[in-house]
Design a protein around this ligand. Structure first.
Ligand code: PMP
Length: 319
């Protein structure tokens, strides 16, 4: 005979309150991955560790959630950004996606200037969040988008122009979050920090704070080897409009990475370590390995700004 089962009525009393902006609580505190297997294959001594921050764990999928959130919060605090206003900026894609996500969550309109050759995936994501896009000449790269954003800011004085290249809230986001996380996750063992330069926010902010923890930490910046390159999100500083927040004297060393080497590393990371990363992440690992190869011992930390989902239409994945 079947026994009657007592079913407890479900209680909704103790559920947490619904927070419309709780996506913001998911920004930062990303995992620090050990790249041991790839490092072994690259001939790096077993006494040298190479770690990487997996920034695609941020809610819009890239490192740019950190500066976007800090830029928005500081502008609100300063009274520069108020409900109903439009946030305007130029972006190569990831910062725009972060603004578009946070803008949607917080009730701001988002207008973005970006080069028309940004990947189809990026443009589709931005449109899905409801951002308004002004596409600029691909031949002018990210500098063309900066010039267009300045023009739009002049025409629309009621917009909040976020100026990610010049806004100290960009590098301060890394000063207050990325660096303390690295310090904690390596238990203070980090000896070298390696990061590519876009706005330079990641490199500048993380380096300043890590050096406050330990002035002996070496900071190595990475750039593409030429103006024409496939390292989306990065700048070739000698030929680019210099970001206002960029301090060219803060790096102990600068490493140039060829696009082809980054492509090869991206393929290896996916196939040999199950890490499906974007091209600038792979370029950071190329540079971090170059540093690690010369050491007898040490802890090298770099950043994986995003994963490969937005670059699926890039031809090199078909190799
Ligand atoms: N990689 C990718 C994919 C990016 O979108 C960016 C930001 N432009 C960077 C690297 C460089 O980061 P930052 O602007 O902090 O220098």
């Amino acid at each position: 005979m079947l026994q009657a089962v007592q079913i407890q009525p479900v209680s909704f009393d103790n559920l947490p309150e619904f927070q419309p902006d709780s996506v913001e609580a998911q920004v930062g505190n990303t995992p620090l991955l050990n790249l041991r297997k790839l490092a072994d294959a690259a001939g790096i001594a077993p006494t040298v560790d190479v770690y990487a921050k997996a920034e695609w764990f941020n809610p819009s999928g890239s490192v740019k959630d950190r500066p976007a959130l800090n830029i928005i919060r500081s502008a609100e605090t300063l009274g520069l950004l108020r409900p109903g206003m439009t946030l305007l900026d130029s972006t190569s894609g990831n910062m725009g996606i972060a603004y578009a996500m946070l803008g949607a969550a917080r009730g701001y309109k988002v207008a973005l200037a970006l080069p028309a050759n940004a990947s189809a995936e990026r443009i589709a994501i931005l449109r899905s969040y409801g951002a308004e896009l002004v596409l600029t000449d691909p031949l002018e790269g990210s500098d063309g988008a900066i010039i267009e954003a300045r023009r739009l800011a002049g025409e629309n004085p009621d917009y909040f122009y976020a100026r990610q290249y010049d806004n100290p809230a960009n590098w301060l986001a890394h000063y207050h979050t990325t660096a303390p996380e690295i310090w904690r996750q390596t238990e203070g063992r980090v000896t070298h920090f390696v990061a590519g330069l876009g706005t330079s926010g990641t490199f500048t902010g993380t380096t300043r704070r890590l050096r406050a923890f330990n002035p002996g930490i070496e900071a190595i910046s990475m750039q593409p080897d030429s103006l024409f390159n496939g390292l989306e999100g990065l700048k070739h500083m000698p030929t680019a409009l210099k970001p206002g927040i960029y301090d060219e004297f803060s790096a102990d060393e600068n490493i140039e990475v060829r696009t082809e080497d980054a492509y090869q590393m991206a393929l290896r990371m996916a196939r040999e370590a199950g890490l499906f990363v974007g091209v600038s992440s792979a370029a950071n690992v190329v540079a971090a390995f170059a540093v690690a190869q010369r050491l007898d011992d040490g802890v090298v930390v770099t950043v994986l700004p995003d994963n490969g989902f937005k670059y699926l239409s890039d031809r090199f994945w078909k190799q």
